[in-house]
Design a protein around this ligand. Structure first.
Ligand SMILES: *Cc1c(COP(=O)(O)O)cnc(C)c1O
Length: 626
């Protein structure tokens, strides 16, 4: 089964993957759904065909039986009407807001089919079919991210938040292991002082864990590790995260007892990537105080800007520090941008060299020849992900799978011993179908349907340039076009006033932030108010979604979260520097361009025309209401 997917060389046709903005593929979708429902109906009947029906035709004609069905119908109609009036039209290219788009037919059909069987991936007994799918998907994640699928461990979590918790859970427990070994089996770490024990590389610690296990002392060591003794504030050192981090990290340090005071924010540059010089200076400072570094988190695809942190520089930095006896865990939060690594893999799943990649993206029609992406830094960052300790990635974002599906991958599956609640990491049933998945992950009961959806999507769409690469290529193309259009947009005249619009920064990936300003306005507060009004007109808050011509999201870039990074942009908008120094926050509109339907020139140009017309209308309304 595994082998076959390596030889799929047919490029997927992206337009055949979605129901479509106008339900263009409804015929296939309905027929297949019907077929899958029939399959389930027959499955029930085929289970002991000799068992007699329990619900009789006679009873089905009774008045209160029919009345009960009618209540069911009415409740569903009520639900449907709520869904239709107040859901977000993610399928439309007029929706450029949060990290949403149309989802894959394959995944939706798989989800709907599976939900009738209601598997629970907590344990084999509740889901003999779908736990195996989750493990298989974990290996596929590992391969896409550059890990050895035989040595790594990955699985599906509810979401990116839980995946981040799990990454930090491993990092925290790992950091405490060498000191626990010193307490239980001192001979294994003889001659090492506490500073050295707190600065051991991940690999060394896991080698020690293997020795401890062989000596039958794993349980005792775990009892002396942080999971037995609890946290002592600061003892395991500081967690360094970029200012652009997702707020799940703030919750994670709380939940895991690390404490906010032990999380340190690293300044981002004006391209919204973590400033590596500041990171290095921060590590140097802590090392000089003999404060260990628990871990460094990099983000590939920041939630607000889509910025790609320079993972390669962080990996390099760690190599240099290790020569001086300093080490730390590295987790990459690729909840958003994880699947994007598939763009860089050829159809044999090999990471392409830079020139070959650029050539192939154009030759194979993954990106239009006018689109120049990625930059060298983005390429290097994705390449280096293979060298970090763990990674979060969300199928329900760039995997185009319905909620709830996140994922986490550990480079070295021996780390599972640090979080599992079995004496050892045992696959009692078979290597690939664990008996009690719930005992070495953060969650308990969990939807097997989510695993089925991700697995089916991966079955149809290879995790490389010929599959996901093609969907993500279209998304990037839409984002780059939108950015370029904003960059060269003409002055907009509305109700006798003139306005300009400009993008925040050249995006590393597919999020475009931007803002409007009235020509001649030098007040940051006035500019913020204008953009807030635009947002109110372009979001669900302002009324039934059918009336929205265009939908976006927004974000506040404040000094507290971003330091002076937004200062450059504010200046570009014609606002004096003193304004930034006093207001220290700028309100921008934020468009995640996940839609694969903004590429062909005709569609895009029409869309851009609609966008400008809509904005002119809205700005007119805003001016008149003053
Ligand atoms: C979305 C996101 C998360 C959280 O993921 P959820 O699936 O929403 O819980 C974490 N980190 C980053 C960078 C994200 O973009």
């Amino acid at each position: 089964m595994e082998k076959k997917e390596d030889t799929i060389e047919e490029k997927v046709n992206v337009d055949a993957l979605f129901l479509g903005p106008k339900s263009e593929n409804h015929k296939y979708f309905k027929e297949t759904l019907n077929f899958l429902m029939d399959e389930h109906i027959h499955w029930r009947r085929d289970f002991h065909p000799d068992d007699k029906p329990v619900i009789s035709v006679w009873e089905q004609h009774e008045t209160n039986f029919e009345a009960t069905l009618e209540r069911t119908t009415n409740a569903l109609l009520e639900l449907s009407s709520k869904l239709k009036t107040s859901s977000m039209p993610w399928f439309s290219a007029r929706y450029l807001g949060h990290m949403n788009s149309d989802t894959l037919m394959a995944a939706n059909l798989a989800y709907m089919a599976t939900i009738l069987y209601n598997p629970n991936n907590c344990a084999y007994e509740g889901a003999p079919a779908t736990t195996a799918l989750e493990i298989e998907v974990g290996k596929q994640f590992a391969k896409m991210l550059g890990y050895d699928p035989e040595k790594a461990w990955g699985h599906i979590t509810t979401d990116g938040t839980i995946a981040n918790y799990e990454g930090l859970w491993v990092a925290r427990n790992l950091k405490s292991i060498p000191l626990a070994i010193k307490a239980v089996k001192p001979e294994l770490v003889e001659g090492l002082d506490d500073w050295q024990l707190l600065n051991m590389s991940t690999e060394k610690i896991l080698d020690l864990v293997s020795q401890v296990k062989a000596a039958g002392a794993l349980e005792a060591v775990r009892e002396h590790s942080v999971r037995g003794t609890g946290m002592q504030s600061g003892k395991l050192g500081r967690l360094l995260v970029p200012q652009s981090k997702h707020y799940s990290w703030t919750k994670a340090v709380d939940v895991l007892g690390i404490g906010q005071e032990n999380m340190v924010y690293i300044q981002v540059k004006d391209n919204y990537r973590m400033d590596i010089d500041v990171l290095k200076a921060t590590i140097d400072k802590f090392v000089s105080e003999k404060t260990p570094i628990l871990g460094v988190v990099a983000v590939t695809g920041t939630t607000e800007e889509g910025a790609i942190d320079e993972v390669h520089e962080i990996v390099k930095l760690r190599e240099e520090y290790e020569k001086e006896g300093v080490s730390f865990y590295i987790h990459v939060d690729a909840a958003y941008g994880g699947y994007t690594r598939s763009v860089f893999l050829d159809n044999k799943n090999q990471f392409m060299d830079f020139d070959n990649l650029k050539q192939k993206l154009h030759d194979q029609g993954v990106l239009h020849k006018e689109i120049n992406w990625p930059s060298r830094d983005v390429y290097d960052a994705y390449k280096a992900m293979a060298n970090v300790d763990s990674i979060t990635l969300d199928p329900h974002k760039m995997g185009y799978v319905p909620y709830a599906a996140g994922g986490v991958v550990l480079k070295d599956k021996r780390a599972l011993d640090l979080i599992s609640y079995f004496a050892a990491y045992v696959f009692e049933k078979t290597e690939d179908n664990p008996m009690l998945l719930g005992s070495y992950i953060m969650e308990g009961s969990k939807a097997g349907a989510a695993a089925a959806a991700v697995w089916t999507a991966h079955r149809v769409i290879p995790l490389n340039i010929s599959g996901y690469g093609r969907i993500i290529g279209r998304s990037v193309e839409g984002a780059v076009r939108f950015y370029n259009s904003l960059l060269s947009a003409k002055v907009i005249e509305a109700a006798g006033k003139k306005f300009v619009v400009a993008p925040l920064t050249n995006p590393d990936f597919n999020i475009v932030d931007f803002a409007f300003n009235e020509v001649g306005n030098t007040s940051l507060k006035a500019m913020d108010e204008l953009n807030q009004k635009v947002y109110e007109q372009c979001s669900y808050n302002s009324g039934p979604v059918f009336y929205d011509d265009w939908i976006t999201s927004k974000t506040d870039l404040s000094y507290d979260d971003y330091g002076d990074a937004p200062k450059t942009f504010v200046a570009e908008m014609g606002i004096p520097a003193e304004e930034w120094d006093s207001v220290r926050s700028v309100y921008v509109l934020r468009s995640c361009v996940l839609t694969p339907f903004l590429t062909h020139n005709t569609t895009y140009d029409e869309y851009w025309g609609n966008f400008m017309k809509t904005m002119q209308k809205l700005l007119g309304v805003i001016v008149k209401a003053r």
